[in-house]
Design a protein around this ligand. Sequence first.
Ligand code: ATP
Length: 231
Amino acid sequence: MSGVPALELERLSVAYGRITVVREIDLEVPASGVVCLLGRNGAGKTTLLKAVMGLLPRTGTVRIDGRDSTGWSGARVNRAGVAWVPQESGVFPGITVAEHLHVATRFDRAGLDREVLDLFPVLEQRSNQHADTLSGGERKMLGMALAMLSRPRLILLDEPTEGVAPVIVDELVDLIKRLSERCALLLVEQNLDTALATGDHCYVLEQGSIVASGDPRTLHRDGELEARLAV
Ligand code: ATP
């Protein structure tokens, strides 16, 4: 892959107090495609994403589009083209889907880009429904749509398939593929099938350290993934 990577981590470490939970991570997300970060519960995946967003103290270097982001706030990271979709995408109770989308564009109707909305037909069907009454899968889609409206170059997607029905997992996998035609994705997952279906490259995190990386299908064939992800 040529060009400047969307994201580069060099010896990234993060600690909560005296406990280090992300250790000296080197990781790269190219300007396009899907990179998966796989790991069991508590491996440090969400902590890594928060550190990239500038929300936690860290050591090492985080480069966004080739620029060192040390000292940047979350808002600045977002303005630099990185959108974060947390595992639990919060929604405002009593506020409709359409109102969420309008707030995300600061009520700029032109900002409600047809191309983005076309990616999420279910949200259009639910546009007058209160967002807190959406199903788990629909909420995940709303989180992704809100992220897409900032026209990011990179989306950090935290466990989008966690806790949703298998049929919705298939829909989310299709959606991830379609999003990846528009921007780069760092996809945090525990679900091996999602990584195998979408990932161009993957890293496996164990107790805060990268223990394997490469093409997910090759690693799977070599038996590197199942054992490392099994509970
Ligand atoms: P999961 O898949 O369950 O979401 P994860 O891989 O995202 O897990 P993290 O949430 O990053 O893991 O947590 C990594 C470790 O850091 C865990 O041991 C967790 O208990 C600990 N941890 C997370 N947040 C804090 C915090 N605010 N203070 C102290 N320890 C924390």
